[in-house]
Design a protein around this ligand. Structure first.
Ligand code: AMP
Ligand code: MG
Length: 192
């Protein structure tokens, strides 16, 4: 019987380094001969948002009207659901918007994606703060230590909700300064 494709959702607050962990893990998985397709949810949304002339920068999307964000989200989920492969989805448990935390995986997105695992990439708040300040390629929100801590906590609650709704497992992986290899090894062990 053909094996079922694995759907792994990888989340983490902006600046935690989830894309870096994903890229390193993809390389290691390739070397092990374990095929995965990696897709960035925000990029899928951004392509649609650009076509509709809604934004010119991906960091503007979380400031859009709530309904507009939800429509972009739904379209991206439908595109990603069509991938017939083991898939890593780089996204967010919640997105910090001017009107509060927007769930990255509301019920209709979960129904499309049917994830097997939700990974929370986490780190110390002071390290995240430093990474955001040194990243000149993005327009990261300027937040304090407590606000980043609250966001990471809230993401855990949301991951628990996603798990209850779908039966997926939830795994926390720490991405600490100078220990990127540990995070990659943990991710590869989980996905291979
Ligand atoms: P990223 O590059 O992962 O920081 O994503 C860029 C932007 O895409 C985020 O700031 C959000 O506006 C949007 N985004 C990514 N994933 C989701 C999601 N699951 N639901 C809603 N918006 C998302
Ligand atoms: Mg990223």
């Amino acid at each position: 019987m053909p094996q079922k494709c694995k759907k792994v959702v990888i989340t983490g607050v902006p600046g935690v380094g989830k894309t870096t962990v994903i890229n390193g893990s993809m390389e290691a998985l390739k070397e092990l001969g374990v095929p995965y397709t990696s897709i960035n949810f925000g990029t899928c949304m951004f392509e649609v948002a650009c076509d509709q002339n809604l934004v010119s920068d991906r960091d503007e999307m979380r400031k859009l009207d709530q309904d507009v964000q939800r429509n972009l989200q739904k379209t991206a989920a439908q595109v990603i659901a069509k991938i017939q492969d083991n898939v890593i989805i780089d996204t967010h448990c919640t997105v910090s918007t001017p009107s509060g935390f927007l769930p990255g995986l509301p019920a209709w997105v979960l129904e499309e994606l049917k994830p097997d695992i939700v990974v929370l990439v986490e780190s110390n708040e002071d390290q995240i703060l430093k990474r955001r300040l040194s990243d000149t390629t993005r327009t990261r929100d300027v937040e304090g230590y407590q606000s980043i801590k609250d966001h990471q906590n809230y993401n855990r609650y949301m991951a628990a909700a996603y798990s209850m709704l779908t039966g997926c497992t939830v795994k926390s992986i720490k991405n600490q300064d100078f220990l990127l290899e540990n995070a990659i090894n943990e991710m590869v062990t989980l996905l291979k």
